[in-house]
Design a protein around this ligand. Structure first.
Ligand code: AGP
Length: 372
């Protein structure tokens, strides 16, 4: 009913709008007044956490994209090798695991069959399993050694939005906590990022306030067949997520690529007026990444692409090559997916509406895939 949707036309729009609160709720009570993390609910002791020599993340769909982003954060802040794998692949392999491996299963519903089977597969080999889950008491957290709940609240729309942002927050918390417990050389940076994280919900709110031009742009693309997405570093999984949202909702051909792969094949797809969304990393900090992507934008534009550039406020270098510019607030590189994903959600939702599709219940999809 309209009341359940809180005045929005679709649950998806309501859930996109709820993201600042979902993010804040997921952080609530997990950062102490001194600015350190307290994850007591993760009942794996600090000494056990110090023993871990490998992290393996298993998930499906959007939750898998959260895992891909988590890898960058975990390896950077903890120096523990981290693999990310689709649960449906992992469960049928012979992964190398033992009691010093930490397996993280990410799932909104907690009922996804492949993710559940992957975690059973891991436990059989003596690994500890930590679930990141949005549904209290569901099967995946019940079968895990520990759980870090995301507090997104119920997500009704089939296309995941607020659950994804809170999965990212939970992944950052785990990465920062592991870094904190193990004491890496990034101690000061970890402290600073915890501060940035505690303010991030306001930045998500600011992004939501500036989405009208994104909706207008989406409406002009309703007749297109293909949209491509490019990113580097954590912007790469964001590109994958943008493409997945568009497939699910707009039923359009959409693909995400690592921008560095362009010359290895995907650039052959660029032709006159193909829309290409590019997620641009911050020009501050790792500026080499930024410079590389600016030249990628130049390359595809020279071949006729219509460039839709998502870039940090104040990034002037992209302006000459952007047919459309979507601004996002400045954040530390690793946290950028929390703000960069939001315009892609809005974009896909509006395109679905413009094409007359059912936003909350896309064809052929179920909210939770409890079969193979
Ligand atoms: C996201 O928009 C999808 N509908 C889908 O990829 C989903 O993320 C995937 O099925 C995993 O679900 P889960 O998080 O409930 O395990």
């Amino acid at each position: 009913s309209a009341a359940e949707k809180g005045g929005y036309d679709y649950f998806m729009l309501k859930e996109i709008a709820e993201q600042p609160k979902a993010v804040a709720d997921t952080l609530l009570g997990r950062i102490d007044p001194a600015g350190s993390l307290t994850l007591d609910e993760v009942r794996i002791s600090p000494s056990e956490l110090r023993e871990i020599d490998k992290v393996v993340i298993v998930a499906c769909g959007t939750a898998f994209h959260a895992g891909l982003i988590a890898k960058y954060a975990i390896e950077h802040w903890t120096r523990i090798p981290c693999e990310v794998e689709l649960a449906s692949e992992f469960r049928y392999r012979d992964p190398i695991l033992d009691s010093r491996s930490l397996v993280i299963a990410i799932s909104q519903s907690g009922e996804t069959m492949d993710t559940l089977m992957a975690l059973r597969h891991a436990r059989e080999q003596g690994s500890k399993v930590l679930a990141i889950c949005n549904t209290n008491g569901s099967t995946i957290p019940r079968e895990s050694d520990a759980v870090l709940y995301t507090h997104a609240g119920p997500e009704v729309a089939v296309a995941s939005t607020k659950a994804f942002l809170t999965q990212l927050v939970a992944c950052y918390l785990v990465a920062l906590y592991l870094g904190q417990v193990r004491g890496t050389k990034w101690g000061d940076e970890i402290q600073a990022v915890i501060k940035d994280l505690s303010r991030i919900s306001e930045e998500v709110e600011r992004v939501l306030e500036t989405m009208e031009p994104v909706r207008a742009l989406a409406r002009t693309l309703a007749e297109k067949d293909t949209v491509l997405f490019l990113g580097r570093h954590v912007g790469y999984p964001v590109a994958l997520e943008g493409a997945l949202k568009l497939k699910e909702l707009a039923y359009m051909h959409a693909e995400g690529f690592a921008a560095g792969e362009l010359k290895h094949g995907p650039i052959a797809l660029i032709e006159e007026d193909v829309p290409v969304v590019v997620v641009v990393p911050s020009p501050r900090g790792r500026s080499v990444l930024h410079d590389k992507i600016v030249s990628n934008i130049q390359e595809i534009r020279a071949r006729g692409a219509r460039t839709i550039v998502i870039a940090e406020e104040g990034d002037e270098a992209v302006v000459p090559y952007a047919d459309h510019l979507i601004r996002i607030p400045a954040t530390p590189t690793l946290l950028q997916p929390l703000v960069a994903t939001v315009p892609l959600q809005v974009f896909a939702c509006e395109l679905a509406t413009a094409r007359g599709n059912e936003v909350d219940q896309p064809r052929n999809l179920a909210k939770s895939v409890t079969v193979e």
